[in-house]
Design a protein around this ligand. Structure first.
Ligand SMILES: CC(C)(COP(=O)(O)OP(=O)(O)OC[C@H]1O[C@@H](n2cnc3c(N)ncnc32)[C@H](O)[C@@H]1OP(=O)(O)O)[C@@H](O)C(=O)NCCC(=O)NCCS
Length: 152
C-alpha cells in the first residue's frame, strides 16, 4: 500500500538518495539541500510502509502557470502506477490553488500524454524557467527534453 503525503525537511536526505542515479544520468536536475528545504512544500512524496519510494514537485512560476518537476519513482517499483499517481496529485494540487496551466519538461512525454498534456514548442517556455533552472542543467543549451503543457 502506497501513501502519498507532504514531506517534512527530515525527508530531504532520503529524497536526495532516491534521485541520485537520475541526477547522474541527466533525467532530473540536481537540487541541493537548501533549495529542497526552501521548496519543501511544493513536493509530494510516496511512502511504501516506512520507505520513501517516490516524489514529485509542483513548482509555481506565475499566478497562471506551475511546473511539474523532479518526478521520480524508486527503480525497483517502476511500472506499477506510482508515477501516474504522483502526477495526479500534482494536477489536483494545482487545481486546488486555481493554477490554470501546467508545464513539464521531460523525456517521458508519453506518460504525460496519458493526462492529456500536449507537446509545445520549447521556445514558448517562460524565461523564468530557462534562467532559473535550465541554465543549471548539464544538457543546456542543447536540450532534447520535450515540453508539454496541460490546461486545467
Ligand atoms: C518516469 C517515472 C517517474 C515513471 O514512474 P512509474 O511509477 O514507473 O510510472 P507508472 O508506472 O505510473 O507509468 C509508467 C508507464 O511506463 C510503463 N512501464 C512499464 N515498465 C516500466 C518500467 N520498468 N519503468 C518505467 N515504466 C514502465 C508502465 O506500464 C506505464 O505505462 P502504462 O500505464 O501504459 O502501462 C519513473 O520511470 C522514473 O523515476 N524515471 C526516472 C526519472 C525520470 O525520468 N523522471 C521524469 C522526469 S519528468
Amino acid at each position: 500500500m502506497i501513501r502519498f503525503v507532504k514531506p517534512t525537511v527530515k525527508d530531504i536526505s532520503a529524497m536526495q538518495e532516491l534521485v541520485l542515479e537520475d541526477v547522474a544520468n541527466g533525467n532530473i536536475l540536481v537540487r541541493n539541500e537548501s533549495e529542497m528545504a526552501t521548496t519543501i512544500r511544493s513536493y509530494t512524496v510516496a511512502y511504501k510502509d516506512e520507505v520513501l519510494v517516490g516524489f514529485v514537485a509542483l513548482h509555481i512560476h506565475t499566478p497562471l502557470l506551475a511546473e511539474i518537476r523532479s518526478l521520480v519513482v524508486s527503480s525497483d517499483l517502476r511500472g506499477q502506477g506510482i508515477g501516474q499517481k504522483l502526477i495526479s496529485h500534482c494536477i489536483n494540487e494545482a487545481k486546488q490553488i486555481d493554477i490554470s496551466e501546467l508545464l513539464v519538461l521531460t523525456y517521458q512525454a508519453k506518460l504525460f500524454e496519458k493526462f492529456d498534456f500536449k507537446i509545445i514548442e520549447k521556445s514558448t517556455i517562460p524565461d523564468t524557467k530557462i534562467w532559473a533552472d535550465c541554465i543549471k542543467c548539464k544538457h543546456f543549451p542543447i536540450c532534447d527534453e520535450v515540453a508539454l503543457t496541460l490546461k486545467i
